[in-house]
Design a protein around this ligand. Structure first.
Ligand code: LER
Ligand code: MN
Length: 270
């Protein structure tokens, strides 16, 4: 497994669970200095920074891009794949399609988190899950063209009412025959929803393609009450070799958070 840290450039997400909000060059330099293998990018959109600019930062700082988030589509533009308005759903698909192409050129998969939206009002649960499956059916082959998967993230109940558990996510992928879609195991969401986080990882097995490595309070691992040992053991058992990515609140400040998280990751993997 490898270590990644989040770099956020989205003003509307300044209070979100992302570690460095500095200019990208500063975030890249800090990530390398601390010993991370990669950065996970949370950008305002697919055209906010050029692929070439990211590639030169990567070359200078010897970092991979672990993944690119799509949440700006929701927090900046209010777009979701399950919006009752068909035009808004189309815009959401276009935004994510462009993020897949942006990330893909960097060898990085895109993540669907908050842009999955919610069901309610005029939109039934079945309708919303149907629209979500339609969108994932579009995204999977687009990602495959770049030789990367597309990452779907079950979220806790306060952020979505679509899919809150890894097992539900795995069943949903199987039911809709969604190949090249992997699940994101965000330990913060799982701490709220799963009765046993390690067992949920064992059960989801090969479907897990990315991990947001957060403690119970969404701070760096070690600052809350999660016991990482059974979780790491479960990830090893299922053969997970991807990233443990620091999508956590920058408390008590970004530098101390980043230092604690890499220390926790190195200890867990030693
Ligand atoms: C995104 O990765 C995530 O975990 C969400 O909680 C953001 O809304
Ligand atoms: Mn997450």
């Amino acid at each position: 497994m490898k270590a990644a840290i989040t770099l956020c450039q989205v003003q509307e997400a300044a209070a979100g669970p992302f570690v460095f909000h500095d200019p990208l060059a500063v975030g890249f330099a800090k990530a390398t200095h601390l010993g991370y293998d990669a950065v996970e990018l949370f950008l305002p959109g697919p055209h906010a920074v050029s692929v070439d600019d990211i590639k030169s930062l990567q070359a200078e700082h010897h970092l991979d891009i672990a993944a690119v988030g799509t949440g700006a589509g929701m927090v900046k533009h209010g777009l979701s794949l399950t919006d009752p308005d068909a035009a808004k759903r189309d815009q959401a698909i276009e935004f994510i399609t462009n993020m897949i192409d942006f990330g893909g050129q960097l060898g990085a998969p895109a993540i669907l988190g908050s842009m999955q939206g919610k069901w309610g009002g005029d939109v039934s649960r079945d309708q919303a899950l149907g629209w979500l499956a339609d969108a994932l059916t579009i995204f999977a082959p687009l990602a495959a063209r770049h030789d990367v998967p597309f990452i779907y993230e079950p979220l806790n109940r306060y952020e979505t009412n679509l899919i809150n558990h890894l097992a539900e996510g795995a069943r949903y992928l199987a039911t809709h025959k969604l190949d090249n879609i992997v699940l994101l195991a965000d330990l913060f969401h799982m701490n709220i929803e799963e009765s046993d986080v390690a067992q949920a990882i064992l059960d989801a097995g090969k479907h897990i393609g990315h991990v947001h490595y957060a403690d119970s309070n969404r701070q760096a691992m070690g600052f809350g009450h999660t016991d990482p040992a059974p979780i790491i053991s479960a990830l090893k058992k299922v053969g997970y070799t991807g990233y443990l990515s620091a999508e956590v609140f920058p408390f008590p400040d970004a530098d101390q958070c980043a230092a604690q998280e890499i220390k926790a990751i190195k200890e867990a993997l030693s």
